[in-house]
Design a protein around this ligand. Structure first.
Ligand SMILES: *Cc1c(COP(=O)(O)O)cnc(C)c1O
Length: 431
C-alpha cells in the first residue's frame, strides 16, 4: 500500500474509521484486506494473451488460408510451369495479413512477393521470409540503404536512383538487382517504351546493377472495352523487342495483374502479379467462367443487444430510420472504425440463422443496427434473435451469401478498398 496508481491509494479499512460509541454501536466488522497494488502478480498476462479474439469483442474477420492456397494452386495450374507467380501482398495483403498470406502463397507455388513500400518488405523479412521481394515503386534516394540491407528489389525508372542504388550495393560488395518499369499507357510511373534502351545503356556501366526484370501495368485489364488494353500490350511487346535487338536481356518479363492473367493469356510472359484473385475475388465478370476462386475473407459478429422498437420510433444518429412496427432491432459491435463504411448505411444486410436482415439507421463508429421482421411471410421461418447469436456480414451460410463485391457495388468502389478497410481495427483470425 504505497504508491498511488492513477491517484488511487486503496480503500480505507475499518481500522481507520472512528467507531461510534454508545449501546447501539455495532462491533467493528472483520477488516477488509487492503488491495495489493504492488507486490505479487495477481494476473497472468501470458494466460490472458491466450484469450481468443472472438471472445474479446463480438466482431472479427476470418481469413481462410486454405482458400488462398486453392487460389494460388489453380492459378499455377492455369499459367503452367514456365510462368512464375508473384503474390501481391501490399497493404497488409489487401487486409488479409501480409505475413500469413505470403507464407501460404509461397508454400502453394508462388515464387515472388510484391509490395508497395520498403516497410512492407521489411515486415516480411523480419518474419524470416527469404523469397525475392519486389517493391512495386521507386523509393526516394534516401531509402536506398534499406533495399541493400534487407535484400529487397526496387522498381526503377530514373537513372539517378539506379546509380545511387548501384553505388550503395558496391560499397557493401553485393549485387543491386532491380526491375525496370515501363509506362505503356497508365501514365503513372515508368520510362517511355521508346526510352528503355537508352535508359539501360545509361545505367548499365555500373558493375553492381543487375536488370532482373522489365514490367508494365495495365489500366483497363478489368474493363469491358479492350482496345486500350491491346494498345498497352503492343507497346510493351515492342519495348521488350527493342531491348533484345540492342543485345540487352530483359530478364523476367511481366505485365499481368489478376484480370489480365485470366482474360489475356498472351500477356502472362514470364510472371503474373496476382492480387485480387489470390484473395478469391473476381476482378470482373469475364474471369468467372475461366477460373474457380474461393473468397478468403469473411466478416463475423455476435448480437450484443436485441429490443423491440415501437412503430415510428427512430434508430441511430439522426433517427433517419423509423420503425415500421413489428420489428426487433439487433445491434452488432461493428462500425465504420472497423471498415463497415458509413456510406453503406441502409444498403447492406446481415445473415442471421440463414436469413438476410436489413441494416437500418446510420452505421456508427463502433456499432450498426439491423431490423428483424417479426411477421412471418412467404416461405420464411420466424427468426428469434438473441444476444450472443453469431451473424455474418460477409460470407456464406447455406443458401444466403453476402460478398465483398456487393459491398463494393453499394459504395461504388472496387473490392480492394473494401477488404483493405476491414484491416482497420477489427480483430483478424486466420483459419
Ligand atoms: C497492386 C498491383 C497488382 C495486383 O493487382 P490485382 O488487380 O489486385 O491483381 C499488380 N501489379 C501492380 C504494379 C500493382 O500495383
Amino acid at each position: 500500500m504505497s504508491e498511488p496508481i492513477n491517484g488511487f491509494t486503496g480503500f480505507k479499512t475499518h481500522e481507520n474509521l472512528p467507531v461510534a460509541d454508545g449501546p447501539s454501536a455495532k462491533p467493528p466488522a472483520a477488516p477488509i484486506p487492503p488491495l495489493t497494488l504492488s507486490g505479487e502478480m495477481k494476473f497472468n498476462p501470458e494466460k490472458l494473451a491466450l484469450l481468443p479474439q472472438a471472445d474479446r469483442r463480438w466482431a472479427w474477420v476470418e481469413v481462410n488460408l486454405n482458400a488462398i492456397r486453392h487460389n494460388v494452386m489453380v492459378t499455377k495450374q492455369a499459367i503452367g510451369p514456365g510462368c512464375r507467380l508473384m503474390a501481391v501482398v501490399k497493404a497488409d495483403a489487401y487486409g488479409h495479413g501480409a505475413v500469413q498470406v505470403a507464407k501460404t502463397a509461397l508454400n502453394s507455388g508462388a515464387e515472388y512477393l510484391g509490395v508497395a513500400t520498403i516497410d512492407e518488405a521489411i515486415e516480411l523479412r523480419e518474419a524470416l521470409i527469404n523469397a525475392p521481394i519486389l517493391v512495386l515503386a521507386e523509393p526516394p534516394n534516401s531509402a536506398v540503404p534499406l533495399f541493400v540491407a534487407y535484400k529487397v528489389m526496387p522498381t526503377v525508372y530514373t537513372p539517378e536512383f539506379a546509380i545511387l542504388y548501384g553505388e550503395e550495393a558496391d560499397r557493401h560488395q553485393v549485387r543491386a538487382p532491380y526491375h525496370l518499369k515501363v509506362n505503356t499507357g497508365m501514365n503513372r510511373i515508368g520510362v517511355r517504351p521508346d526510352e528503355v534502351v537508352d535508359f539501360v545503356r545509361r545505367v548499365d556501366f555500373h558493375r553492381a546493377l543487375d536488370l532482373v526484370g522489365v514490367y508494365t501495368h495495365f489500366a483497363t485489364a478489368d474493363c469491358m472495352e479492350t482496345l486500350d488494353f491491346h494498345i498497352q500490350a503492343k507497346r510493351f511487346v515492342e519495348a521488350i523487342h527493342m531491348l533484345q535487338a540492342a543485345g540487352i536481356n530483359p530478364g523476367i518479363v511481366h505485365a499481368a495483374n489478376s484480370a489480365a492473367t485470366f482474360r489475356y493469356p498472351e500477356v502472362r510472359f514470364d510472371m503474373v502479379r496476382l492480387g485480387l484473385s489470390m484473395y478469391g475475388l473476381h476482378p470482373c465478370t469475364q474471369t468467372r467462367r475461366v477460373v474457380d476462386l474461393h473468397p478468403a475473407m469473411s466478416v463475423h459478429a455476435r448480437i450484443v443487444d436485441v429490443r423491440t422498437v415501437g412503430m415510428s420510433e427512430g434508430v441511430s444518429y439522426g433517427l433517419s430510420y423509423r420503425s415500421p412496427g413489428n420489428v426487433m432491432i439487433c445491434t452488432l459491435p461493428i462500425g465504420y472504425a472497423d471498415g463497415l463504411r458509413r456510406g453503406l448505411s441502409g444498403r447492406i444486410d446481415m445473415i442471421l440463422q440463414g436469413q438476410r436482415c436489413r441494416q437500418v439507421g446510420a452505421i456508427c463508429m463502433d456499432y450498426s443496427m439491423y431490423e428483424v421482421n417479426m411477421r412471418v411471410y412467404g416461405n420464411k421461418t420466424r427468426i428469434t434473435p438473441q444476444i450472443g447469436n453469431e451473424v455474418l456480414l460477409v460470407g456464406r451460410e447455406g443458401e444466403s451469401a453476402i460478398t465483398i463485391e456487393e459491398l463494393a457495388n453499394a459504395l461504388d468502389t472496387v473490392q480492394h478498398e473494401v477488404t483493405i478497410g476491414f484491416a482497420n481495427r477489427i480483430a483478424r483470425v486466420h483459419t
